[in-house]
Design a binder for this molecule. Structure first.
Ligand SMILES: [Zn+2]
Length: 99
């Protein structure tokens, strides 16, 4: 099954992994666990518990493998994350100095 998932943590391609993700699947590059809230379509920091799925039990560790039945991997889990953007900005500031 073709997909374009990337690691939520480092952005590495997960194209070699087969879906559905196993619960203890790890990123081949940084070893981050992948069956986690941060990798899920329902993950949304703007809602209570950071999950849009009302029926899901709250998962406290958003970066650890969970047992959630509603888990669905999100292809853009890495791109556009706030933290990643902040990091990119601070890297730029290091290179070019703050404006
Ligand atoms: Zn990774």
């Amino acid at each position: 099954m073709a997909h374009e998932l990337v690691c939520w943590k480092c952005g590495a391609s997960l194209a070699d992994l087969t879906l559905p993700l196993r619960r203890l699947e790890e990123c081949p590059k940084c070893r981050a666990q992948l069956h986690v809230c941060r990798m899920c379509r329902e993950y949304d920091t703007r809602v209570t518990g950071a999950c849009r799925e009302q029926g899901a039990e709250e998962v406290r560790n958003k970066e650890g493998a969970n047992f959630c039945d509603f888990f669905r991997p999100r292809p853009g889990a890495y791109a556009g994350r706030g933290a990643a953007t902040d990091q990119a900005l601070s890297e730029l500031n290091k290179l070019f100095g703050p404006r």
